[in-house]
Design a protein around this ligand. Structure first.
Ligand SMILES: Cc1cc2nc3c(=O)[nH]c(=O)nc-3n(C[C@H](O)[C@H](O)[C@H](O)COP(=O)(O)OP(=O)(O)OC[C@H]3O[C@@H](n4cnc5c(N)ncnc54)[C@H](O)[C@@H]3O)c2cc1C
Length: 370
């Protein structure tokens, strides 16, 4: 049984704050430190979250909604495939407001959150001697580095900007696959509000620089026509970890990683809030069992792998396929998908977070289940 009774969390992003909320709800004394004085700023990431995934996290997120999405247009080699569902599949959330809501929920459940305090190797040692520690300190995690929890093997560099224009269809995101510009990820249009279009790009760090890729992307015919006459409102670069670290828990030192610090993202899109948020919930459950029943902290890894390993493999395969074939061949693939009416099928049976459910939903439907 652990002699430790409290938990220190480094990082007050969504993952750290969700872990704090869940631990405090279990009456475990929890303190969170963040280097920022104002959480959630600057906003460098998008906020597209599946409605189903948001439900799993139990966040009262409604005041952060800026738009609702029904599907996506996939663009490759001059061809467009529309995947549209009859019902809403995702919300676009204001990321600053989402972070604030998670902060409020952590405080309301009894966590202490200390802002404006950057923690370093010395503090990690002294704090982890007395407390169980959670590293929720983002993609370039100092906690992971200090406790030798392995490397993130692949990073995506991103650059995005907002433009004061309306999208053609405000219920649809557009994804642009072109390995000459954005090898490793894609370019995107996300209607953040009815009059604001976010345009962004991600590129594998081995293949180039995100700002250069962004400038190439907005100079393409399609994008330059779309943004013609509009104004850039805000812009900035960021990073997405595209692989899980070797270890997400150190059972001896009693250190766990959650969120981007652990590399808990969907490798097909780089979305990390649902996977990282669910991992935070799992980490809190594991710590409770560890403190109360002496259960091993390794249960956290088991739980995470049980829920996500198959879907992560499918997301990774999807990413490997679109990253390795040229845009002409991708265009042909999209044409074939169109001919097979895959857009309609994905709209009906698709699941943004858990692609393994697509086949399951199709089989249930074929068997008359729904
Ligand atoms: C361009 C872009 C678009 C994205 N779009 C989506 C999307 O549409 N949907 C989605 O689900 N995900 C998306 N993501 C991914 C998502 O933003 C991340 O997965 C998520 O923010 C990770 O949350 P986190 O709490 O793990 O880490 P972070 O949000 O990075 O929070 C880490 C916190 O730790 C603090 N910190 C770091 N080091 C220290 C230290 N030494 N001491 C104290 N504090 C420290 C930081 O200040 C920060 O507040 C996107 C990412 C990018 C870059």
């Amino acid at each position: 049984m652990s002699g430790k009774k409290s938990v220190t969390i480094i990082g007050a992003g969504t993952a750290g704050l969700l872990a704090a909320r869940e631990l405090s709800r279990r009456n475990i004394h929890t303190i969170v430190y963040d280097q920022k004085r104002e959480l959630g700023l600057p906003v460098r990431a998008s906020g597209i979250l599946s409605i189903k995934g948001l439900g799993e996290l139990g966040i009262y997120y409604s005041r952060a909604i800026t738009n609702t999405l029904y599907g996506a247009n996939i663009h490759a080699g001059g061809t467009k495939l529309r995947i549209k569902a009859n019902a809403p599949v995702a919300h676009v959330l204001d990321r600053k407001k989402l972070n604030d809501i998670c902060h409020d929920e952590a405080l309301a459940s009894g966590s202490k959150v200390v802002l404006g305090k950057r923690m370093d190797a010395k503090t990690f040692e002294s704090l982890s001697a007395n407390d169980i520690m959670i590293g929720a300190d983002g993609a370039v995690s100092s906690v992971a580095k200090h406790f030798s929890m392995g490397e993130i093997r692949r990073y995506i560099l991103t650059y995005k900007a907002e433009f004061n224009i309306s999208a053609e269809d405000s219920g649809i995101v557009d994804l642009f696959f072109d390995n000459k510009i954005s090898k490793g990820l894609f370019g995107w249009f996300c209607p953040n509000r009815s009059d604001i279009l976010e345009i962004g790009i991600g590129i594998d760090s081995r293949y180039g620089n995100a700002k250069t890729a962004f400038e190439k992307f907005i100079a393409t015919d399609y994008v330059s026509k779309t943004i013609s006459g509009s104004r850039r409102i805000s812009e900035g670069a960021s990073i997405i970890p595209m692989s899980l670290r070797e270890k997400i828990v150190d059972t001896k030192k009693e250190v766990l990683l959650v969120g981007d610090a652990a590399g808990q993202v969907k490798p097909s899109t780089g979305g990390g809030i649902i996977y990282g948020g669910n991992a935070a919930l799992m980490a809190a459950r594991t710590i409770q069992d560890h403190l109360n029943k002496g259960a091993s902290l390794s249960e956290y890894t088991t739980m995470y792998n049980r829920k996500y390993s198959i879907d992560t493999a499918i997301h990774r395969l999807t990413n490997a396929i679109y990253s390795s074939i040229g845009s002409d061949k991708l265009g042909v693939a999209v044409k074939i998908m169109k001919a097979m009416q895959l857009g309609r099928l994905l709209g009906k049976y698709g699941d943004m977070d858990m692609p393994s459910l697509i086949l399951r939903n199709m089989l249930i439907s074929a068997a008359g289940g729904r």
